[in-house]
Design a protein around this ligand. Structure first.
Ligand SMILES: Cc1ncc(COP(=O)(O)O)c(C=O)c1O
Length: 485
């Protein structure tokens, strides 16, 4: 059965289609067609629905029927619309795309797609031997039920030792193993934030943290990071804590995602002091702490300055080891860990024992693994920076001293338009607005340097080609975004 979208509904979904960044260079019909394609790509307009008749949509959008006709014709030509005389027009995707069972669409032949949407490395060679060794260890656990809400003791010890080595004495009772850092964040939010609670985040920040906060119906306030320099403006950040008195602040002080900034020691200390005075709990995401590059020295962990159990640290194996392992953790006070474990049994009970054993074996080889990762990332970062300097010299960025992402300021508010155009040439991007609220950050793009050098160079070449096409349409017509964070 085919459902139908009415003219006013589609008009609402299309929103400001005629004024989207990079759109004004196009004739109206092309902008309308592109906006419909965008809705399809975002799953906001389902596949297989009947679009309004041309006259109905023209009335709803207050444009001419000729424009709608031309847009529908373009959509038919690009394979996004099927029409039958007398029966109407249905949404579809071009033959080269299939609909994945999740409702997301993915290109059928992904081999040539360079995915810069994901900032994570492939598994290290040590992973397979670690998995084999973990299987050998498993019999030690098979006599029990296998539920360990705070994690198996071996892994909690290994994680606690890691903190202690970083200068933050930690006992295994202060560690709860989770199924990834994202899971750690979700559990902490369940415990520490009532619906509607105020939360301060950096802008830009990690999109899935925003998603987790949205799921808790948090009231989100942002602290805008500068592109260069230290990133955080101490006065503004401390002022936001003092005046806003949020229930919680979520910060990524170690090679922030996406900017790569590293928060200096002095500011860490002042933030903890201001948070305590404001009654704010600090959730510190240490996802990238293992990945300083160029021998960059790490400041002490934020929790080092904590005297009042205000700081909850979260981290995991995804960035220095492998995302597919799904192992993360929370470091908090022992009573907080007990409360988190109690909350967790209503969510997922515990993390898989086998995966935790793999993590134990990988952490035992941490020095060798992270040394190799850092060298690999530094080479890839440099190759990416060189390619950008050569092919897209108008883009500005500060070379990150760690982490896995470079945050580029583009030469116009084109990030979403560029991401859509890039998809057509086999490069997947996470455009700037994904890292903020309310569609801002159109002048920015996050570029991870986690893929092999050849892929990064090819991706930049393709982006430069697409960028050139955008350019030909006339720069003068671009709008400046209302807010630049
Ligand atoms: C800042 C930050 N937090 C959390 C995560 C999610 O990590 P995990 O795979 O451990 O859930 C990521 C992954 O990109 C991240 O960048």
């Amino acid at each position: 059965m085919t459902s139908q979208v009415r003219g006013p509904q589609l008009a609402r979904l299309l929103g400001q289609w005629h004024a989207l960044p990079g759109r004004r260079r196009n004739p109206d019909y092309a902008a309308l067609a592109a906006a419909v394609r965008g809705l399809l790509a975002d799953s906001r307009l389902p596949l297989g629905v009947r679009l309004p008749a041309e006259r109905e949509l023209a009335d709803a959008l207050r444009i001419s029927r000729t424009t709608v006709s031309a847009a529908y014709r373009e959509l038919r030509e690009s394979g996004h619309l099927a029409s039958r005389r007398g029966a109407g027009s249905w949404t579809m995707l071009p033959g080269t795309h299939r609909v994945a069972s999740t409702g997301l669409w993915t290109p059928q032949d992904d081999r040539d797609m360079i995915d810069l949407g994901v900032a994570a490395l492939a598994a290290p060679t040590e992973l397979l031997p670690a998995a084999r060794a973990a299987a050998e260890d498993l019999p030690r656990y098979l006599g029990g039920a296998g539920y360990h809400p705070t994690g198996i003791i071996e892994l909690r010890e290994a994680v606690a030792d890691g903190y202690t080595r970083r200068g933050l004495p930690t006992s295994p009772e202060q560690i709860m193993v989770t199924s990834g850092t994202q899971h750690a964040l979700d559990l902490v939010l369940r415990l520490a934030l009532a619906p509607g609670g105020g939360v301060l985040v950096e802008s830009p920040t990690y999109p899935n943290a925003l998603a987790a906060l949205a799921a808790r119906r948090a009231r989100i306030a942002t602290h805008g990071l500068a592109l260069d320099g230290a990133g955080w403006d101490a006065d503004l950040l401390l002022g936001s804590l003092r005046q806003g008195r949020p229930k919680l602040a979520y910060l990524i002080p170690d090679f922030q995602n996406p900017t790569g900034h590293l928060m200096p020691a002095e500011l860490r200390e002042r933030v903890v002091g201001a948070a305590h005075a404001a009654g704010t709990d600090l959730v510190v995401d240490e996802s990238f702490v293992d990945l300083p590059l160029d021998g960059t020295a790490l400041p002490p962990p934020v929790a080092t300055f904590d005297r009042h159990s205000r700081v909850i640290s979260i981290g995991g194996m995804s960035k220095a080891y492998w995302g597919g392992l799904r192992i993360g953790w929370v470091r908090a006070s022992a009573p907080q860990v007990q409360r988190l474990a109690a909350a967790r049994v209503g969510v997922d009970m515990a993390s898989p024992v086998l995966d935790q054993l793999v993590a134990v074996h990988l952490l035992a080889e941490a020095p060798a693994i992270v040394t190799a990762r850092r060298a690999q990332l530094a080479a890839r970062r440099d190759a990416l920076a060189d390619a950008l300097a050569q092919r897209l010299p108008e883009w500005r960025f500060t070379l990150p001293r760690g982490g896995v992402t470079l945050w580029a300021e583009l030469d116009g508010p084109i990030s979403s338009a560029l991401a859509r155009a890039a998809e057509e040439v086999g490069v997947r991007l996470a455009p700037g607005p994904r890292f903020g609220l309310d569609g801002t950050l159109e002048r920015f793009l996050r570029l991870p340097f986690t893929l092999p050098v050849a892929d990064l160079i090819e991706a930049v070449a393709r982006l430069a080609a697409v960028r050139y096409d955008l350019n030909r349409a006339g720069r003068a017509q671009w709008r400046e975004p209302a807010v630049i964070a």
